[in-house]
Ligand binder design. Structure first.
Ligand SMILES: Nc1ncnc2c1ncn2[C@@H]1O[C@H](COP(=O)(O)OP(=O)(O)O)[C@@H](O)[C@H]1O
Ligand SMILES: [Mg+2]
Length: 475
C-alpha cells in the first residue's frame, strides 16, 4: 500500500471517529434540551393551573349559591373550558391536558414510545431523545368539588425541532470534515509528486539517458538538496562515462597501432631476414662444390625458412588485415571470409560487398573490419549456426555504410546479456565513428547485427590520417 493512501485512510478514519463522537454528543445535547423544554412547559402549565384554581373554586360556589346546578359539575365544566383555552397557549402546546373522569381511568390514550415519532424525525432519533413518559395529576377546588387534572408532556414537536437543529449542525460538521479531507489528500498528492519525479529520473538514469534524467529544482525547500545533489551526481557520472569512453577509444587505438607496428616489423625485419637466409640456403644447396651434408642441411634450412615465413605471414594477417591499406575493406573481407570458410567448412558463409563501396579512411576501414571479424568469432563461439550472411553496402542517398551480419544460430537475449568485451569493443568502435548498432536476436531464432556508420564527407576522406606506428609514441 502506498504511503499516500495510508495517510489518507488514517486521516479519513480519524475524521469518521470524530464525526461519530460529534453525532453522539449532538443526540445527547438534543435529549437534554428536549427534557429541559418539557420540564419548563410542565412547570409553566402547573403554575397557570395553580393561578386559575382559585377561579375554579369560586365558579362552584357561585353555581351552588344560585342553585343553578350541581357545583361539582359546574366546576368541571369551567375546568374543561380553562383547559381548552390553556391548550391554545404557545408554551402549553407541548403538554397534553385532560380532566380525570370520576372513574379515575387514564384520560390519555396510552402512548407507545416506539411509535411515538415526531413528524419529520426518524423513529430512532425520537426514541433516543424522548424523555421518560411521565404523567402529573393535580387536584383543584375545595372538598366536594374537586376536579382532578392530568397532564403529560408531549415532546413530538420539540423532538422534530431538535432533529432539524441536529441535522444542520451535523451537516455543517460533515461539510468541514469533507473539506479537510479534500485539502489533505490534495496536499499529500502534491507532497508525493517529487517521489514520482525521482523514480522517473532514476529509470532514465538506468537507461543511460543522463540528459533526460536531470531533475528540475524541487519547489519544496526541504527537497531542494535532493534535486541539486541528484543533478550533481548525474554530472559526475556523465563525466566518468565520457572519460571511460575516451579511455577505451584510446586503448583500441593503441591496440591497432601496436598491431600495425608489429605487422610492419614482422614484414620488414623478419620477412627480409628470412628471405635473405633462404636465398643463402638455396644458393648453398645448389652449390655443386659444397659438401653433400652441407647441401642437405641447406635444403632443410630453406624448408624451415618457408615454414617460418608462413608463420610470419599468418601472424601478419592476424595482426593487420591484409590488403586493407592497398585494396580496401571489400578485398580484406573477402580474404577474411576465405580463411573463415577454410576453418568452418560446415557453415554456409556468404559475403556480399557493394561494388560501389568507396575507399574508406584507414581508421574507419579497420574498425569495420574488426566489427565483422568479432561478429564472425561470436558466431563460431556461441551461435552453432549453419548459415551466415554478411552484407556490406552503402546508401548513397544518406551517405551511410551498412554492415549486416546475420546467422541462423541459437540467438540470445541482447537486453538480458551483460556485454562481453567483444560486443563492448564493437560498440566502442561504432561510437567513435558516430554510428549506431542494432542487435536483433531471440533465443533459438538466430542473430542479426546491423551496424550503420556515417561515411565521411569526400574532403574529410582524403585527409583522414592513417593509424601509423608513430601514433604509438604520441598516445
Ligand atoms: N551470434 C551470436 N549468437 C549467439 N549468442 C551470441 C552471439 N553473439 C554474441 N552472443 C552472446 O553475447 C555474449 C557477449 O558476446 P561478446 O561481447 O562477444 O563476449 P564473448 O564473445 O567474449 O563472450 C556472448 O557470450 C554470447 O552469449
Ligand atoms: Mg565475442
Amino acid at each position: 500500500v502506498s504511503l499516500g493512501l495510508r495517510l489518507n485512510l488514517l486521516f479519513a478514519s480519524v475524521l469518521t471517529l470524530l464525526l461519530i463522537a460529534a453525532g453522539v454528543l449532538i443526540v445527547d445535547r438534543a435529549r437534554d434540551s428536549v427534557a429541559d423544554e418539557m420540564d419548563s412547559a410542565v412547570r409553566l402549565t402547573l403554575q397557570l393551573l395553580a393561578a386559575a384554581s382559585g377561579g375554579l373554586a369560586e365558579t362552584g360556589q357561585t353555581a351552588e349559591r344560585d342553585g343553578l346546578a350541581d357545583g361539582a359539575a359546574a366546576t368541571a365544566g369551567t375546568a374543561a373550558g380553562l383547559l381548552a383555552r390553556l391548550a391554545r397557549l404557545r408554551n402549553v402546546r407541548h403538554v397534553d391536558l385532560a380532566l380525570v373522569p370520576a372513574d379515575g381511568r387514564l384520560p390519555f390514550a396510552p402512548r407507545d414510545p416506539s411509535t411515538a415519532t415526531a413528524p419529520g424525525a426518524p423513529a430512532w432519533f425520537s426514541r433516543a431523545v424522548a424523555p421518560e413518559p411521565i404523567e402529573y395529576r393535580q387536584r383543584y377546588g375545595p372538598p366536594g368539588r374537586v376536579v382532578e387534572i392530568a397532564l403529560r408532556p408531549n415532546p413530538a414537536d420539540e423532538i422534530a425541532e431538535a432533529w432539524e437543529e441536529s441535522v444542520s449542525t451535523f451537516a455543517l460538521l460533515v461539510a468541514f470534515a469533507a473539506l479537510a479531507m479534500i485539502l489533505t489528500s490534495f496536499t499529500l498528492h502534491h507532497a508525493f509528486k517529487p517521489i514520482a519525479r525521482i523514480v522517473t529520473a532514476l529509470g532514465r538514469l538506468e537507461q543511460g539517458d543522463f540528459a533526460a534524467a536531470r531533475l528540475r529544482d524541487f519547489s519544496l525547500l526541504e527537497l531542494r538538496p535532493i534535486s541539486t545533489r541528484f543533478n550533481r551526481m548525474i554530472d559526475a557520472m556523465a563525466l566518468q562515462r565520457e572519460e571511460n569512453r575516451t579511455l577505451r577509444g584510446q586503448a583500441l587505438a593503441i591496440q591497432e597501432a601496436e598491431r600495425g607496428h608489429l605487422a610492419r616489423e614482422l614484414h620488414d625485419e623478419l620477412g627480409q631476414s628470412i628471405s635473405a637466409i633462404k636465398a643463402l640456403a638455396v644458393a648453398t644447396r645448389r652449390n655443386a662444390r659444397a659438401l653433400e651434408s652441407s647441401r642437405r642441411n641447406a635444403g632443410t634450412i630453406a624448408e624451415v625458412c618457408d615454414h617460418v615465413y608462413d608463420v610470419v605471414r599468418r601472424l601478419m594477417s592476424e595482426l593487420r588485415p591484409p590488403m586493407l591499406d592497398t585494396l580496401g575493406l571489400g578485398a580484406s573481407l573477402e580474404k577474411l571470409v576465405e580463411d573463415w570458410r577454410r576453418r568452418h567448412g560446415d557453415i554456409d558463409t556468404r559475403l556480399t560487398v557493394d561494388a560501389a563501396l568507396p575507399t574508406l579512411p584507414e581508421d574507419m576501414a579497420i574498425k569495420a573490419y574488426r566489427i565483422v571479424q568479432e561478429c564472425l568469432t561470436n558466431v563460431a563461439r556461441h551461435a552453432a549456426a549453419t548459415r551466415i550472411e554478411i552484407d556490406v553496402s552503402t546508401e548513397p542517398a544518406t551517405g551511410r555504410l551498412l554492415l549486416r551480419i546475420a546467422d541462423n544460430g541459437n540467438g540470445f537475449d541482447p537486453t538480458a546479456h551483460r556485454l562481453g568485451l567483444g560486443l563492448l569493443g564493437i560498440r566502442e568502435r561504432i561510437a567513435s565513428l558516430d554510428g549506431s548498432i542494432d542487435i536483433a536476436s531471440h533465443p533459438g531464432a538466430g542473430t542479426c547485427v546491423t551496424v550503420v556508420l556515417p561515411l565521411p564527407a569526400d574532403d574529410e576522406q582524403a585527409t583522414a590520417p592513417p593509424v601509423a606506428p608513430a601514433d604509438l609514441e604520441t598516445v
